[in-house]
Structure formats: structure tokens, C-alpha cells
Write a protein that binds this ligand. Sequence first.
Ligand code: DC
Length: 223
Amino acid sequence: MLSIAIDGPAGAGKSTLAKRLAESIGFLYVDTGAIYRSVGLFAHKQNKNCECDQEVISVLPDLELTITHEADGLQHMLMNGEDVTFQIRQNEVSRLASLVSRIPEVREFLLKTQRNMAKQHSVVMDGRDIGTVILPDAALKIFLTASVEERAKRRHAELLQKGSQVSFEQICSEISSRDEQDSNRTIAPLKAAEDAIVVDTSILDLEESFQVLRGLVEENLGI
Ligand code: DC
């Protein structure tokens, strides 16, 4: 099995690009943010405060997460059997996911699930700590980034298209605080692995970014 790790901050285009890259080389795409989102959603539904480590940790024994890949080409998340694939995309869940992802017990709880996926399939896995912690032996590590303004612009356009009324300023401040929280936590902070190739997509559109990644795979893995 071969693994490609794609890490980087929110809104750099990781999920769209990782998914397309996986399809183009016949690997399984694994979106690890979805599992942190599911933990945040579950804790919230159990009326727990995601800012309180102990409250979140207390629900973990009652949570069974399953990742499936369906005919619609999407990765589906099942939370105790309930399909929450679309619920976890709500803007509020992004904040909950970032909060629960600070908790060492949560990261430990999710570690095996992620490593098992990479044992069973060749994967393109996207997240924050895939190259540094989850798959340190990945065949190729890419750190995908872009300026805060550019990432906020993209996220804003995406939300407007979905009918959301949120302002650009709000998105910009949410992205900055999520960057801050993800980069400064003590456990598995967002940072490029020493052997990662950094790709800045600030001045690239999606097609150009994809071509850069596709080129890196060809150059480094010969596929
Ligand atoms: O990629 P995303 O926006 O769906 O991720 C949601 C949150 O989950 C993000 O704020 C940080 C956290 N996360 C993480 O800590 N480690 C990962 N491998 C993936 C996501």
C-alpha cells in the first residue's frame, strides 16, 4: 500500500484537490477532518461543552465512527450508524471540530481508525497531522497552503453558493482563529513535516493547483 499525506490549514483546497488526486490515480480518498467534525457534533448532541476536555472525553466510549465510501463518490461518516455526512459540514461544526481536536484523548481515540484505513488501501489522506503523526512513512507528503485572505475568499464564495448569509469579515476572522488554534495546540499542531513539499495555492486556481500536485506524484512516485 502507498500513502500520500496532504496537510494544511482550513480552506487551502485540500479536500477538493486530495479527492481529485485520489480519483486520478485510483487511490482511496480519506478526509480526516470529517472524523473530528463527527466527534464535535456527537459531543454537542450529547449536550456537552466542547471547550471542556473532560466532558468531551466522557462521551468517547459511547461513540462508534464508521467511514464508508459510497457509489456517489463521497466519503460518508456514520456516527453510531447515523449518516452525518452533510450535518458535519455546517459552519458551527467547524468550530466544534477545532475545539475537540485539541484534546489528546480524542486524537488517540481516532489514531487507529486513520492508520487502519492506510493499511487496507492505498490512500490520499488529508488533515493537519497526517505527515507528522498519523503516517510518518507516507510515500509523499504535501503541505498545501494559501494566504488567509485567499482562503477566506474561497470559503465565503462556497458558503454563499450554499445560500448562507455569512459575511466575508466573519469568515476571515473564523479562519484566522481556527489557524491560531490548530497551529498553537500542544499536541499534533498544524505544521509541515520536515520532508513535506510545501505548495502555496494563493495565486493558483484549482486546475493549476491540481496540475502541480499531479506533477509531484508523477515525479516522486512514478504514477
Ligand atoms: O479539515 P477540516 O476543516 O474538516 O477539519 C476540521 C477541524 O479538525 C480542524 O479545525 C482541525 C481538526 N483536524 C485535526 O486536528 N487533525 C486532522 N487530521 C484533521 C482535522
